[in-house]
Design a binder for this molecule. Structure first.
Ligand code: A3D
Length: 318
C-alpha cells in the first residue's frame, strides 16, 4: 500500500517544523512547495539527511512546481506573511489574500481530492477564501487555530496549578483573534473544574476569578506575546504541532475531537461562516461539529467573536 502523501504549501518557519514532525512521526511522504527557489529543496534535504539518525522512512521533496503535489491526501497551507510586532493578524488580509488565491488555485488544479488544513492568517478569512476558490466541500477544507489557542490555555492552567499538562483539558471557541473565547466553565483537571481548584488554592472566589481572568487574557494575547519576543515573525513550533494533530487524526481516522475552524451551517446559531468549534476529525475530514450548550455570558462572547469574523470575511467581498 502506498504511503500517504502530505503536501506543505509554504516552506517557511511553520512549514519546516511541519515537515520535520511529519517525518519523525512517519505520517507519510512530504512534498514542500514554496515560490522561493531552493528553500523547500534545502529544507527537505536537510531533514532527510537526519533520517539515518532519527530512523524515519519517508521521502521528502522540495519543489517550486505545483504539479508535484498531485495525489496529496492532506495539504497544509502556511504560505503567507507572518505578523511583526505591533501588527494584528487582520493587518495581513490584503497581502495574504493574494497569496491564498494562487495557493488555492494550485491545490484545486493539482490535488483535487485532498483534505486542506489552512494555517495562514488571518485564519478565519483565509480558510473561507481557500474553500471558495478550491470549491472543495467544506468537510475537506478547515483551519488550524483552536488546537493551538486551546493548548496555550491548557499550558497556562497546568503551570498555574503545578499539574501535568496531560491532565488538563481546556478549549477555546470562536475566531482566531483577540475575541476568541476560552471556555472557563469547562476547563478541568481530569474532570475537576479548574475554578474549584483555583478557589481551593487561593481561598476565595474573587482571587480565583482574578487569576483565571489573567490566564484568559494571556491566552487571547498569546500569539502576540511570542511575536513581541521574537520580533521577526510569529510562533511556529506550536502552530505546526497543532496542525499535525489535525492531519494525524484525519490520516489515521482517529476521530479526535479537536477545536477546528469549520464551516457552520446553523450550528451554534451561525450560518455560512467558518468559525472555531469542536469537531470530530476522521477519514472524512470534518465528520461532525459537536454542539453543546453555552450559558448567556459564553454565548455573548461567542457572538462577539463571530461578528468579528463576519466583518473580516465580508470585507473580502467573496
Ligand atoms: P514564514 O516563515 O514567512 O513562511 C511563509 C512562507 O510562505 C515563506 O517561505 C514564503 O516564501 C512562502 N510564500 C509566500 N508567498 C507564497 C506563495 N504565493 N506560494 C507559496 N508560498 C509562498 O511564515 P510562518 O511559517 O511563520 O507563518 C506562516 C503563516 O502562518 C503566516 O500567515 C502566519 O501569520 C500564520 N500563523 C498562523 C497561526 C495560527 O495558529 C493560525 C500561528 C502562527 C502563524
Amino acid at each position: 500500500m502506498a504511503r500517504p502523501k502530505i503536501a506543505l504549501i509554504g516552506g517557511g518557519q511553520i512549514g519546516g517544523v511541519l515537515a520535520q514532525l511529519t517525518a519523525l512521526r512517519e505520517l507519510g511522504d512530504v512534498v514542500m512547495f514554496d515560490i522561493v527557489e531552493g528553500l523547500p529543496q534545502g529544507k527537505c534535504l536537510d531533514i532527510a539527511e537526519a533520517s539515518p539518525v532519527d530512523g524515519f522512512d519517508v521521502e521528502l521533496k522540495g519543489t517550486n512546481d505545483y504539479k508535484d503535489i498531485a495525489g496529496a491526501n492532506v495539504v497544509i497551507v502556511t504560505a503567507g506573511l507572518p505578523r511583526k510586532p505591533g501588527m494584528s493578524r487582520d493587518d495581513l488580509i490584503e497581502v495574504n489574500s493574494k497569496i491564498m488565491t494562487s495557493v488555492a488555485e494550485g491545490i484545486r488544479d493539482n490535488a483535487p481530492d485532498a483534505f486542506v488544513i489552512v494555517i495562514s492568517n488571518p485564519l478565519d478569512a483565509m480558510v473561507t477564501l481557500c474553500q471558495k476558490i478550491t470549491g472543495f466541500p467544506p468537510n475537506r477544507v478547515m483551519g488550524q487555530a483552536g488546537v493551538l489557542d486551546s493548548a496555550r490555555f491548557a499550558a497556562f492552567i497546568a503551570w498555574e496549578l503545578g499539574v501535568s499538562i496531560k491532565d488538563v483539558n481546556a478549549m477555546t471557541l470562536g475566531g482566531h483573534g483577540d475575541t476568541m473565547v476560552p471556555l472557563v466553565r469547562y476547563a478541568s483537571v481530569n474532570g475537576i473544574p479548574v475554578m474549584e481548584l483555583l478557589e481551593r488554592k487561593y481561598g476565595s472566589k474573587e482571587k480565583a476569578k482574578e487569576v483565571m481572568d489573567a490566564m484568559v487574557k494571556r491566552t487571547k494575547g498569546a500569539g502576540g506575546e511570542v511575536v513581541a519576543l521574537l520580533k521577526t515573525g510569529s510562533a511556529f513550533y506550536s502552530p505546526a504541532s497543532s496542525a499535525i494533530a489535525m492531519a494525524e487524526s484525519i490520516l489515521k481516522d482517529q476521530k479526535r475531537v479537536l477545536p477546528t475552524c469549520a464551516y457552520l451551517q446553523g450550528e451554534f446559531g451561525v450560518d455560512g461562516y467558518y468559525v472555531g468549534v469542536p469537531c470530530v476529525l476522521g477519514a472524512n475530514g470534518v465528520e461532525k461539529i459537536i454542539e453543546f450548550t453555552l450559558d448567556e455570558e459564553e454565548q455573548a462572547m461567542f457572538d462577539n467573536s463571530v461578528n468579528a469574523v463576519k466583518n473580516l470575511v465580508d470585507s473580502l467581498n467573496l
